[in-house]
Design a protein around this ligand. Structure first.
Ligand code: NOJ
Length: 553
C-alpha cells in the first residue's frame, strides 16, 4: 500500500466542504476501452484541484456486471479490473491527498450483486442453510410455491422477488431484491453481514479513504415476520413517522450505524459518512447523529421548483433539521440519479421528466438559456449556504441532460426492467467532454460507453477554459471565494421582495438571488461575483450575486 495515504487535520473538515461527485465510468478513460477508470481520475487531479473542491466522492468502482451502473457489487474490497487495480486506487488517493482533496467512496450495504461469492454459495446451498441466511430467501405461496412470497414491488419494477432453480434443477425458493434481480438484498439480521461490512469499512479507511457515502441507508432492516404485510408502493408518502413501514426507515437500522461510528472513530481524524436516506425529512436527523453516520443528504432542493418562497422555506427548514442532530446540512442540485438541474430549470414547472425524456427531449421544448442561468444562480445560492455542498461531475460545465440517447444504447435497469416506459438516468451519466474535438471529446482515445451528443464541444473543458464568463470559470471563482468567505455556520435572512432570496453570512457576505422577472436593486457594497451579467448595476432575473460590505483579501 502507498505510504502517504492519510490527510491529517481538522476533524470537522466535512461540515462545510464542497464535495465533487465522480461517476467513474464516465469521468475519464485512460486506456481507450470506452469506460472511465481510476488512472483517468488521477490524471485529472490538477483539474479537480483548480476547481477548489475539498473532496471527491466516487460512485462505485468495484467489480460489477453493471446491471445497475456498478451499484451491483461483486466484491466490496476490490476494483473492477476494467477500472484499474488497488495500486491504481492507492495512487489516486495519494494524488488527491497531495492536492489537499479528501476521498469518499460509495458503500452499497443493502444488496450485493448476484455474482458475489456469497450469493453464488447461497444458490448452491440448501434452503435453511447458513449460506442462504446471508440473503433473504423465502418459499413461495401457492400449491407449487409458484406465487411470490409477497406483493412487494421493486424500484425498477415489477416485483421484488425472483424464483431460483435449486441445485437439483427444480424450481425452488424466492429471493428478495428491492432493486434489480441482479441485486439480492442482504439479511442484516445476520451478524456475519454486520461484521463483514465493518471489515469493508476498515479495508478502505486503512487505504486512506476519508469518508463514505452510504447507499439506500434506510433500507437495510426489514420486518420479515410472517405473514409478510402488503406493500404495493415505495412512495415516500407511505413511510410514516413512527418507523413502522416494513421495508424502509425502521428504527433498528440505527443500531447498525452506531456500530459503524465506532469503526470510524478508530481513525484520526475520524472517518466521516453521509447517508442516502429517502425518508420523511423529520426522520433524516437520526441518520446524521454524531454517534451514527454524522450527515445525511438533503435532497429537498432537487425537487423544489424555481420559486423564492420554496427555496427560502426549504433552506430554513433544513438548517433547523441539521441543527437537531448537531450536524451541518448538505445541499444538492444534481447527481447521477436525476435529470441535470440545467435541464430541469429550462422546462416548465410541473413537467413530467420521464415523459419529457420519452419524447427525446422535444416536448415541451427546453429553454436552454433560462435553464443555464437558473442553474448557475441556484448553484451560487447553495454555495453561499452554511453546510456542505455536493456537486456532480459536468455541472461545472453547465451540461444539460442528454435526452436523445437511442433506445438501443440505454443501459439503465429503469429502462430495461420497467417495460421500456421510462428512459431512466443514462442522460446524466454520459462521459464528460474534455476537448472540443477528437475521439469522444477527450474522454478517451476510443468511443465512449454511452454516446455523446453533437452539442458537447461548446461545453467542453477546453472550450470553457478559453471563454470568459463560462460556467467552468464561474465555478472556479465561486468555490475559491466561498473558501475565503466561509466562517461560522450561521445565516441571517435579509428582508426582501417576495421573489428574492437574500441572506447574509458572517463577515457581511450577502447572497441575493432574483427568482422574479424584473431586475432588482442590490445592497450597498462590492459585488464579488454574479452568476450572470448585471443590468445597469441591478440584479436581473434568474441571477445570483454575492455582495460584501467589506472587501475580500
Ligand atoms: C441509489 C443509487 O444512487 C442508485 O444509483 C442505485 O440505483 C440505487 N441506490 C440502488 O443501489
Amino acid at each position: 500500500m502507498a505510504e502517504n495515504t492519510f490527510l491529517a487535520g481538522d476533524a470537522n473538515w466535512w461540515r462545510q466542504a464542497v464535495v465533487y461527485q465522480i461517476y467513474p465510468r464516465s469521468f475519464k478513460d485512460s486506456n481507450a476501452d470506452g469506460l472511465g477508470d481510476i488512472p483517468g481520475i488521477t490524471s485529472k487531479m490538477a483539474y479537480l484541484s483548480h476547481l477548489g473542491i475539498d473532496a471527491v466522492w466516487l460512485s462505485p468502482f468495484y467489480p460489477s456486471a453493471l446491471a445497475d451502473g456498478g451499484y451491483d457489487v461483486d466484491d466490496y474490497r476490490n476494483i473492477d479490473p476494467r477500472l484499474g487495480t488497488l495500486a491504481d486506487f492507492d495512487d489516486m488517493v495519494d494524488a488527491a491527498h497531495s492536492a489537499d482533496i479528501r476521498v469518499f467512496v460509495d458503500i452499497v450495504p443493502n444488496h450485493s450483486s448476484n455474482r458475489h461469492a456469497w450469493f453464488k454459495d447461497a444458490l448452491a446451498a440448501a434452503p435453511g442453510s447458513p449460506e442462504r441466511a446471508r440473503y433473504i430467501f423465502r418459499d413461495g405461496k401457492g400449491v407449487m410455491g409458484e406465487i411470490p412470497p409477497s406483493d412487494w414491488p421493486s424500484h425498477f419494477g415489477p416485483t421484488a422477488w425472483t424464483r431460483i432453480t435449486e441445485a437439483d434443477g427444480e424450481l425452488g425458493q424466492w429471493y428478495l431484491h428491492l432493486f434489480a434481480p441482479e441485486q439480492p438484498d442482504f439479511n442484516w439480521d445476520n451478524p456475519e453481514i454486520i461484521e463483514d461490512f465493518k471489515t469493508t469499512l476498515r479495508f478502505w479507511a486503512d487505504r486512506g479513504v476519508d469518508g463514505f457515502r452510504v447507499d439506500v441507508a434506510h433500507a437495510l432492516k426489514k420486518d420479515m415476520s410472517e405473514p409478510l404485510p402488503s406493500v404495493t408502493s415505495f412512495a415516500m408518502e407511505n413511510i410514516p413517522l413512527d418507523g413502522s413501514n416494513p421495508l424502509f426507515d425502521r428504527d433498528d437500522v440505527h443500531e447498525i450505524y452506531r456500530g459503524w461510528r465506532k469503526v470510524f472513530n478508530e481513525y484520526d481524524p475520524p472517518r466521516v459518512a453521509v447517508a442516502e436516506a429517502w425518508v420523511p425529512a423529520e426522520r433524516r436527523p437520526q441518520y446524521a447523529r454524531a454517534d451514527e453516520l454524522g450527515q445525511a443528504f438533503n435532497f429537498d432542493l432537487l425537487g423544489a421548483p424555481w420559486s423564492a418562497k420554496k427555496f427560502h422555506h426549504t433552506i430554513e427548514f433544513n438548517i433547523h433539521l441539521a441543527s437537531k442532530s448537531k450536524s451541518s446540512s448538505t445541499w444538492v442540485l444534481s447527481n447521477h440519479d436525476v435529470v441535470r438541474h440545467a435541464t430541469r430549470y429550462g422546462l416548465p414547472k410541473k413537467v413530467d421528466f420521464d415523459k419529457w425524456l420519452m419524447s427525446d427531449g422535444k416536448v415541451p421544448e427546453l429553454d436552454l438559456q433560462q435553464g443555464l442561468s437558473r442553474a448557475r444562480a441556484a448553484t451560487m445560492l447553495i454555495m453561499a449556504l452554511p453546510g456542505s455542498t455536493y456537486i456532480y461531475q459536468g455541472e461545472e460545465l453547465g451540461l444539460f441532460e442528454v435526452a436523445n440517447i437511442h433506445d438501443a444504447d440505454l443501459q439503465d435497469p429503469m429502462w430495461l426492467r420497467g417495460g421500456k416506459t421510462r428512459k431512466g438516468r443514462d442522460g446524466c451519466r454520459v462521459p464528460l467532454p474534455w476537448t472540443k474535438a477528437g475521439s469522444s471529446f477527450g474522454f478517451g482515445e476510443g468511443p465512449s460507453h454511452l454516446p455523446q451528443p453533437a452539442w458537447f464541444p461548446a461545453y467542453a473543458v477546453e472550450f470553457e477554459e478559453s471563454q470568459s464568463g463560462s460556467t467552468l470559470k464561474m465555478y472556479r471563482e465561486m468555490i475559491h471565494l466561498r473558501t475565503q468567505l466561509q466562517g461560522a455556520e450561521t445565516l441571517e435572512w435579509v428582508h426582501s421582495r417576495s421573489k428574492v432570496v437574500h441572506f447574509m453570512r458572517p463577515g457581511g457576505w450577502h447572497s441575493i438571488t432574483n427568482f422574479g422577472k424584473k431586475a432588482v436593486k442590490l445592497p450597498a457594497g462590492n459585488v464579488m461575483i454574479s452568476s450572470g451579467p448585471l443590468l445597469d448595476g441591478k440584479l436581473p432575473a434568474n441571477t445570483t450575486a454575492w455582495v460584501t460590505e467589506h472587501g475580500v483579501e
